[in-house]
Design a protein around this ligand. Structure first.
Ligand SMILES: Cc1cc2nc3c(=O)[nH]c(=O)nc-3n(C[C@H](O)[C@H](O)[C@H](O)COP(=O)(O)OP(=O)(O)OC[C@H]3O[C@@H](n4cnc5c(N)ncnc54)[C@H](O)[C@@H]3O)c2cc1C
Length: 381
């Protein structure tokens, strides 16, 4: 089932795009995703096709060659991609999110210059906030940007960076020395072609194994003065305000995974016969399917609600956090049940639920853990 409710207000063009994404995801991405999971190879090979479909600049305005999609359409598209390939979905979601941050916060003429090529595979972007000692506590970052002639020199190390191996652009948070602690945190856009950047692939992930995750070491990397994004000292605001909207993206990754799990468990419950009848006839199995369907529906409603707020310009961080918290926790419960319905078959790679169970796990961790979402919701109240 699509993410959008029946009476949704998507335009005809948006609906066509959601359908196209769905068809492409199911026919092309699904088989690739199974292979990426097995070999731990990166999704980047498929980027030119994603770019051709317009999936790399979905929400940017037409004046910078973007498709100008509403956030609801964006969420509906990501849901379809995640159904087939959670790894491709997070690659796209991070890239699109960085584009939205630059659209909102970068100064002209850089904004137009950067964003007019955002839809191409070569423009792949990463969001480089986390460090070894700065995870949930983003304000603890230690990497620095020291003023030099014409700009800054960046030094330090960023951890767990999605798209890190191939990104052309890194939106990052660095500390400018000589300013007091909070007023030193500044957002910068680093050109990945600058010398001094070392990328190390983090291997051995439990799930989303087609998505690149890297450690990014910065040694005297030059950042031109006009690559400051937003105001000096306001970096945390730049990154965290928009990260809030990005969280809806991860919620749709979870809803897509949950939908795939529900489809798999329903099909299996119809086919698998025990005690002379399909196991779906047993109430205990039917209950697992029913609970999963209800939780998935609730997750979709929360996502739609949060995306609608974004489209209407209503700043309500708690709405995105509610969607992210609920959808990701529900996806993990649903993936657990999907394996349970499959019995022993759910425990081996041949059946897709084994992978979905692993892929679901990270959704409660990145772009703010469930515990952090609860803090945001509690504070909002
Ligand atoms: C596959 C993957 C991809 C990622 N991609 C990116 C990326 O592209 N860019 C990026 O910047 N980062 C990325 N991350 C990092 C991710 O955002 C962090 O892992 C996450 O924010 C948690 O930080 P941490 O791992 O340091 O855990 P910690 O912050 O050390 O948390 C450990 C535990 O303590 C809990 N905890 C911490 N503080 C509190 C508190 N105040 N109250 C209650 N509980 C608390 C947490 O909820 C968690 O359960 C990625 C991570 C992974 C695994």
């Amino acid at each position: 089932m699509p993410l959008a409710p029946f009476d949704s207000s998507l335009s005809d063009d948006e609906r066509v795009l959601v359908e196209a994404a769905r068809d492409f995801a199911r026919s092309e991405l699904l088989p690739l995703d199974r292979k990426w999971d097995e070999d731990e190879t990166s999704v980047v090979g498929i980027l030119p096709q994603l770019a051709d479909m317009g999936l790399m600049n979905l929400c940017l305005p037409p004046e910078v060659n973007g498709l100008g999609c509403s956030y609801r359409a964006y969420a509906a598209i990501l849901h379809e991609i995640a159904w087939a390939s959670p790894s491709t979905m997070v690659t796209l979601s991070v890239h699109n999110m960085v584009g939205c941050i630059l659209d909102a916060c970068a100064r002209e003429p850089q904004r137009t210059e950067w964003l007019s090529t955002w839809g191409s595979a070569e423009s792949l972007a990463a969001f480089a906030l986390t460090e070894a000692n700065a995870g949930s506590d983003a304000a603890a970052v230690r990497a620095t940007a020291a003023p030099t002639e014409g700009g800054y020199l960046a030094n330090g190390e960023k951890m767990w960076i999605t798209n890190g191996m191939h990104a052309r652009w890194f939106l990052t948070l660095l500390r400018v020395p000589g300013r007091d602690a909070k007023a030193s945190l500044t957002a910068f856009l680093i050109d990945g072609r600058q010398p001094g950047i070392e990328r190390t692939h983090i291997h051995g992930k439990m799930g989303i194994r087609g998505s690149e995750t890297a450690v990014i070491s910065l040694t005297d990397v030059f950042i031109p003065q006009d690559h400051v994004v937003g105001e000096l000292g306001e970096g945390l605001k730049v990154l965290l305000t928009t990260l809030n909207e990005g969280r809806i993206g991860i919620a749709t990754q979870a809803s897509g995974i949950a939908e795939a799990c529900l489809d798999e468990m329903t099909a299996y419950a119809r086919e698998r016969v025990q005690f002379g009848q399909p196991i779906g006839n047993f109430q205990a199995v039917g209950n697992m399917i029913a609970d999963s369907a209800v939780e998935l529906e609730a997750a979709k409603v929360l996502i739609w609600n949060a995306a609608t707020h974004v489209d209407r310009g209503v700043k309500l961080p708690a709405a995105s956090s509610m969607a992210k918290l609920y959808a990701t926790e529900a996806a993990n419960r649903i993936a657990y049940r999907a394996v349970q319905v499959h019995g022993g078959s759910g425990y081996v790679r041949e059946f897709r639920v084994e992978q979905l169970y692993r892929d679901a796990r990270v959704t409660t961790i990145y772009e703010g853990t469930s515990e952090v979402q609860r803090i945001v919701i509690g504070r909002g109240l």
